[in-house]
Design a protein around this ligand. Structure first.
Ligand SMILES: [Fe+2]
Ligand SMILES: [Fe+2]
Length: 371
């Protein structure tokens, strides 16, 4: 890929990436990508060592190189997830259950690309040579080559059951991350978040209603749907980062990234456990959503549940541990057979793949209400 000197060069690289991943979104051929900057809640830095000082408009106003590097990193990680999700979802159009779903998935992919565009606009406009290199690298990694920066974004989204579970839970991690960045001391980053969060709302709604429609359709056994929930929620827990994270602490101390709903907190945080706090808040939200979906299950079916925080983790204190979905410690042998039973296995994946070729496996959008 050629060197990037201006944002126009980056746009050329973006078009080349779209070609390379084989993306064709007929309905959105004319979509105009643009960076959108909204309002910020406060003009002053909201927490940490610089609280009360004016938010930084330019990277040169940031007092230390370490802080500038940390900020650049936050933007790179966010941007990486955006492009990765499009790579993960790019084959879904081939098996779309309805025109409505075709529209939704195209809109979601276009908006994810816009989010990636937004992050690259920040990198190229504010971070000099490093930013330009990083913005190019965001288009060079590939989800299917397993080199996207965060685990969930290297996992296959094989079918629409994956897709709806993913938009419900992985996009919801996105909502949490964007919310936490919306109070950033770097004003252009904070301003990027309002428009992104509004678009993200549609993705989450699509996921939540999609899962309700799957339940109403009655063709995916609830026990199998539970396995998809186990698959995506456990990896989404990882997205909140390590336990006792010193980087999360520094992000806070430097005023770069707040708690979820920072403005609603009345007390100073336990800075050594910020990731645990957001993960916990996220899980609580997931539990509520699963309860609302479960109301649509036939009489006598076990409600859908959120796996224990220790289950199937790749990051943090429980990484690589052999815990069950309900959090019991298992022997390595027990764990191996447990995994076969609680995550979608090969024959179940084949079943879902075949189901996608049928019609009517999912209830129409009009059969569910937004809740
Ligand atoms: Fe996004
Ligand atoms: Fe999204």
């Amino acid at each position: 890929m050629k060197k990037i000197a201006t944002f126009d060069d980056w746009i050329d690289a973006f078009r080349a990436w779209q070609q390379d991943i084989g993306l064709r979104l007929p309905k959105y051929a004319d979509y105009e990508f643009e960076a959108k900057y909204g309002d910020i809640r406060l003009a002053e830095i909201e927490y940490g060592d610089f609280r009360g000082q004016k938010k930084w408009e330019r990277v040169t106003q940031i007092p230390q190189q370490q802080i500038r590097d940390a900020l650049c990193n936050l933007i790179v990680y966010q941007g990486d997830t955006e492009f990765a999700s499009v790579e993960q979802q790019r084959h879904l159009l081939e098996t779309s259950p309805s025109d409505y779903d075709t529209d939704s998935v195209c809109r979601i992919m276009v908006e994810e690309m816009r989010h990636g565009w937004q992050m690259c606009h920040l990198l190229v406009s504010h971070f000099g040579e490093t930013g330009k290199i990083e913005a190019r690298k965001l288009l060079e990694r590939r989800s299917w080559q397993n080199n996207r920066l965060l685990g969930s974004f290297n996992v296959d989204v094989d079918n629409w059951v994956d897709f709806f579970t993913y938009t419900e839970f992985v996009d919801r991690d996105g909502k949490f991350q964007l919310n936490m960045l919306s109070t950033s001391g770097f004003a252009p980053l904070a301003r990027s978040m309002g428009p992104m969060l509004r678009e993200e709302g549609f993705h989450l709604g699509t996921g939540h209603m999609g899962l309700q429609r799957i339940v109403k359709g009655g063709r995916v056994p609830p026990a199998l749907l539970q396995k998809y929930v186990n698959k995506w929620l456990s990896t989404a827990y990882d997205l909140f980062g390590k336990d006792s994270s010193s980087s999360a602490e520094w992000f806070y101390v430097w005023g770069l990234k707040g708690r979820y709903d920072e403005a609603k907190h009345t007390q100073e945080p336990d800075k050594a456990h910020l990731n645990e706090l957001s993960r916990e808040m996220y899980r609580e939200e997931a539990v509520k959503l699963l309860a609302s979906i479960s109301k649509l299950l036939p009489e006598g079916e076990a409600p859908l549940t959120a796996p224990d925080m220790k289950f199937h983790r790749s990051i943090g204190e429980f990484a690589g541990g052999t815990y069950s979905v309900t959090g019991e410690k298992l022997s390595p042998e027990e764990y191996e057979s447990h995994i076969e039973r609680v995550l979608p296995n090969e024959s179940e994946k084949a079943f879902v793949r075949d189901l996608m070729k049928e019609t009517g496996w999912i209830a129409p959008r009009t059969d569910v209400t937004v809740s």
